[in-house]
Design a binder for this molecule. Structure first.
Ligand SMILES: [Cu+2]
Length: 144
C-alpha cells in the first residue's frame, strides 16, 4: 500500500511538472532586425525633480498598443530600480515595471527622492520581450 501511494505521488508530481507555465510557455516574437530602445531624457547621471518626464527613443521598430499584433512592433516598458524580469513571460505590472500600453513614447514617473536606476524594455503585443530582447542600457538619475 505504501508503494502504491508513493507511485501516485510521483505521478502527480510529474503531471504537475509537465503542466507548469514553463512547459506551456509561448513562442517569443523575433526582435525586429536592428531594433533598439534608448532614453532621450533623462540622461545618465541627471538630477531631476518628480514627476520625471521620460522620453523614449526607438530605432528600426514600430510602436503599437498592447494587444495589437503588428509585425515589427511592440510597446515600451520602463523598469524602475529592478533587473530584467524573466524574458519568456509577460512583464509584471507594478511600481517597478511601467507599461506604456497605449503606445506612448513618453511617460511621467512619480519617484521618491533619491537615486533611481531606469532601463527600457520593449515587448510584443502580449507584454513578452522579443527574442533577443530589445533593451536599453541602465541609467542612474537623482530625484531632488
Ligand atoms: Cu506591456
Amino acid at each position: 500500500v505504501s508503494f502504491a501511494v508513493a507511485s501516485l505521488g510521483l505521478a502527480a508530481a510529474f503531471l504537475a511538472a509537465s503542466w507548469s507555465p514553463a512547459a506551456a510557455q509561448q513562442e517569443r516574437t523575433p526582435a525586429p532586425k536592428g531594433a533598439a530602445v534608448y532614453f532621450q531624457t533623462p540622461v545618465d547621471g541627471q538630477r531631476v525633480t518628480s514627476p520625471v518626464r521620460v522620453r523614449l527613443g526607438l530605432r528600426e521598430a514600430g510602436v503599437a498598443p498592447a494587444g495589437v499584433r503588428y509585425e515589427g512592433s511592440g510597446h515600451h516598458h520602463v523598469l524602475v530600480d529592478t533587473d530584467l524580469p524573466p524574458l519568456d513571460q509577460p512583464i509584471p505590472a507594478d511600481f517597478n515595471h511601467v507599461h506604456l500600453g497605449g503606445g506612448q513614447t513618453e511617460v511621467l514617473l512619480q519617484l521618491p527622492k533619491g537615486r533611481h536606476v531606469l532601463q527600457l524594455l520593449f515587448a510584443d503585443h502580449a507584454h513578452i520581450p522579443h527574442n533577443p530582447p530589445v533593451v536599453s542600457r541602465k541609467i542612474t538619475i537623482f530625484v531632488q
